[in-house]
Design a protein around this ligand. Structure first.
Ligand SMILES: [Zn+2]
Ligand SMILES: [Zn+2]
Length: 277
């Protein structure tokens, strides 16, 4: 009896959930170049990189394709095409996926966990091994996402954009849980991510703040392409009524895109020739 009673006070060690291992090859659904309609060609398959999500230990490889139509801006600028969801779920050079980053941010901001508590929680609840300095690093990323995260080499991206005849930015929103939306702004020509933000306030004013941060860093676009997110259209109408805005990428390229792309193609072609001379 006494043994039984004693045992009641010794908590059972928690069963650490087992991780599910997966090998994923992220393919690209487009068959045709969105800039010219020419069939895309397989370019390469990236080396496997580890990616840790809340549930899975993924070994991720990404299919890259290219347009080989020499008359096309995407071909001239050697644009790589890969599945666009990559930029939404995976941060460049980071092992932990966006869901883990958001969870860390949530635990620290909303639940007021310490970094040590996050380490313990992720291990006990999800079987995720993460160091405390890493939690600190991802906490900063999560906090920055609440505002605007600029990825990559700002100066290099900026000088690339300055060399263009005009700027076309695309803005996409991805609904996440907890009614927050992750927005990503890209340079449509190169596909470079200019900034992303996880917004609680995704009304016109909230989205405008995010757009403004990116525009101040990289310049105001001459054209914008976006999806149908209501707040986004509101922000564009209210704050950027002078910038032509197209509802979706494909329509942009069908409507005014082709003519613009031809001009851009000439500029890039000229640059390429200058470079080789
Ligand atoms: Zn093309
Ligand atoms: Zn459309």
């Amino acid at each position: 009896m006494i043994d039984f009673i004693k045992d009641e006070f010794v908590p059972e060690p928690k069963q650490i959930p087992e991780r599910i291992k997966k090998e994923i090859t992220l393919d690209l659904e487009y068959i045709f170049c969105p800039f010219c309609g020419h069939p895309l060609e397989y370019h390469y398959l990236s080396n496997a990189r580890p990616l840790i999500t809340i549930k899975y230990d993924i070994s991720l490889r990404v299919v890259h394709k290219r347009c080989v139509n020499e008359e096309c801006v995407a071909c001239v600028s050697k644009r790589n095409f890969y599945n666009p969801s990559l930029d939404l779920y995976v941060l460049p050079k980071k092992t932990y996926a966006m869901d883990v980053v958001l969870l860390i941010g949530h635990l620290i901001q909303q639940e007021h966990y310490t970094e040590e508590e996050v380490v313990k929680y992720l291990l006990e609840e999800h079987g995720i091994t993460i160091s405390q300095p890493s939690v600190n690093n991802y906490k900063r990323i999560a906090l920055a996402l609440g505002e605007t995260l600029i990825m990559g080499n700002e100066e290099k991206i900026k000088s690339g954009l300055d060399g263009l005849a005009f700027r076309v930015y695309s803005i996409d929103g991805l609904s996440s849980n907890r009614s927050r939306i992750l927005f990503v702004i890209r340079d449509l020509i190169s596909g470079t991510v200019l900034g992303s933000a996880l917004l609680d306030r995704h009304d016109a004013d909230g989205i405008h703040d995010f757009m403004e941060t990116v525009f101040q860093k990289f310049g105001v676009p001459d054209y914008m392409v976006g999806d149908g997110e209501r707040g986004l259209i509101g922000a564009v109408r209210k704050y950027y009524s002078n910038i032509p805005y197209q509802y979706c990428h494909r329509h942009f390229l069908n409507n005014m895109g082709k003519a613009l792309m031809e001009d851009l193609y000439k500029v890039l072609k000229k640059k390429q020739i200058e470079k080789t001379l």
